[in-house]
Design a protein around this ligand. Structure first.
Ligand code: ADP
Ligand code: LRH
Length: 468
């Protein structure tokens, strides 16, 4: 059983092998999003854990009892726990503005270039290293009281088993893990002044954390092992890329668009840093050399502002009807990270750059999808330049691979064939690691091979004449 919780929704996916084919069934789905707690943008960790239990109970009710379970979520966010394992405060979300100015504070202790060389992680103002600096500066008593720091999936795994660890793939997104030793970089932690004893041991995907506690068994009605997947959702998603070689080009497309390729050794050069490319830790110590692109967050916000009057499929269709609308925005501009109004932020960008301002929702959607496509195309050029190779096609995986119009725009602007799917790549990748642990697959290569033949994919070839 994979429990995959993204920034916009979570789901319980049951997976099994039958006749050489990887099958899966969605058992339960729930919404996610930021909530305001005491003026901060937070995750409702209590509700999310209740949703996790609800989905597990549904397993029991439908007779789908898993052999093992693993949870993945978005990266970087964490819980601080006291000596009784209780939360010391709400789990603040990465879009909260408490990190403003914290980059400068961190660089007073350790220069930015050195940080990149030691961790390989791109600067994102919301990385755990900057969030912890915000805690240290704004609420130092929290850090003094804290006994343990757990990233979000580690926290949920702790609530299920009573056991604590930080899973490696997600731990690397803290920007506190050394790219060589693959362990906490104690020197960075010390220089930043964070208490060393709050960082638990790092465990690899495939590690058996333990069984469900008796209390949880009573609630959900069964017992099973918790086997760590790649708990960083992007880490799981990329495992499920339906590609015969490891080195394909992917966009893991959801709230964020994570575009990159797998590499054996991290690329921590000045050129890679200037392009804001990151080296996130992966299964078997592979690295995902990728860029965080603002992603479908932009269209999610617009849909929300329009009171969910249109489905994503309708927004795609309206964008296509307005395909000739000429304006483009830099989707990675900071103003789109957490704007009061995404529509106003897009209009403001167009106005201030002397471009035509979108008036209708169709024009707005057209600007967003086509600007995303443009950013993909620019990132492709950077990746091809730095990796000194050309890619045959772009794999788009995750919920965003449902966006046919964006897939077509991506093919058109990049001149590459787009292979779209599977849409539940993250849950499949999560299951894959559990299945390798259960010896259903001998290794990742065999698992990827099976995904390739088990799940439908859609092909989009470039239509140069359409001129996006
Ligand atoms: P996350 O894991 O970050 O919460 P998902 O991988 O679930 O995100 O992807 C959700 C996104 O996928 C939505 O924001 C939406 O833009 C896109 N999407 C899902 N279904 C469709 C569809 N039918 N047509 C167009 N876009 C879709
Ligand atoms: C995608 C994701 C991404 C991170 C961001 C915080 O869900 O995990 O890889 O950079 O959320």
């Amino acid at each position: 059983m994979a429990v995959d919780i993204g920034a916009s929704s979570g789901r319980h996916i049951f997976g099994w092998m039958e006749d050489g084919i990887f099958h899966m069934e969605e058992i339960y789905r729930f919404d996610n999003g930021l909530v305001n707690i005491g003026g901060r943008a937070c995750w409702d960790a209590g509700r999310l854990f209740q949703e996790i239990l609800r989905g597990m109970k549904k397993c029991r009710d439908t007779g789908r009892i898993p052999e093992s379970i693993g949870i993945d979520t978005w990266a970087v966010d964490f819980a601080l726990l006291d000596s009784d394992g209780q939360l010391l405060g709400p789990v603040v979300g990465y879009r909260d503005n408490r990190t403003a100015g914290m980059d400068a504070k961190v660089y007073e202790k350790i220069p930015e270039g050195e940080l990149y060389r030691r961790t390989g992680i791109q600067k994102q103002i919301f990385n755990t290293i900057y969030q912890l600096m915000a805690v240290k500066e704004q609420t130092p008593e929290l850090l003094e009281k804290a006994k343990t720091l757990l990233l979000v999936p580690d926290y949920f795994h702790f609530l299920l088993t009573g056991k604590m660890c930080c899973e490696y793939t997600n731990a690397t997104t803290t920007q506190l893990v050394n790219v060589q030793t693959k362990d906490w970089d104690w020197e960075i932690i010390e220089k930043c002044g964070y208490p060393k004893n709050i960082f638990p041991n790092i465990a690899q995907p495939g590690h058996v954390l333990g069984n469900l506690t008796e209390e949880i068994q009573k609630i959900v009605g069964f017992d099973c092992q918790v086997v760590l997947p790649a708990t960083h959702d992007t880490g799981s998603a990329v495992l499920a890329m339906p590609c015969r070689e490891d080195t394909g080009l992917y966009i893991s497309s959801g709230t964020w668009s994570l575009m990159g390729t797998e590499v054996k050794e991290a690329i921590c050069t000045q050129e890679a840093r200037a392009a804001n490319l990151t080296n996130e830790g992966g299964y078997e110590f592979r690295f995902r050399f990728l860029k965080n692109i603002m992603g479908l967050w932009m269209i999610q916000c617009v849909r929300h502002e329009e009171k969910d009057a249109w489905s994503f499929a309708q927004l795609c269709q309206m964008a296509e009807e307005n395909r000739d609308f000429p304006s483009r925005v830099d989707v990675n501009d900071g103003r789109f990270l957490v704007p009061e109004s995404m529509e106003e932020a897009v209009r403001d960008y167009c106005r201030s750059t002397g471009q035509e301002v979108p008036k209708t929702i169709g024009e707005m959607a057209s600007v967003i999808y086509q600007s995303l496509g443009q950013s993909y195309s620019e990132t492709l050029a950077q990746l091809e330049g730095i990796c000194q190779r050309s890619f045959d096609c772009i794999h788009i995986i995750g919920g965003g691979s449902n966006a046919d119009y964006l897939n077509q725009v991506t093919a058109n602007v990049s001149g590459k064939t787009v292979v779209a799917g599977p849409t539940e790549a993250t849950a499949i990748g999560n299951l894959l690691v559990q299945m390798i642990h259960g010896q259903i697959f001998p290794d990742l290569k065999a698992g990827r091979e099976c995904i390739f033949k088990s799940f439908p994919i859609k092909i989009f070839n470039p239509e140069q004449s359409k001129g996006e």
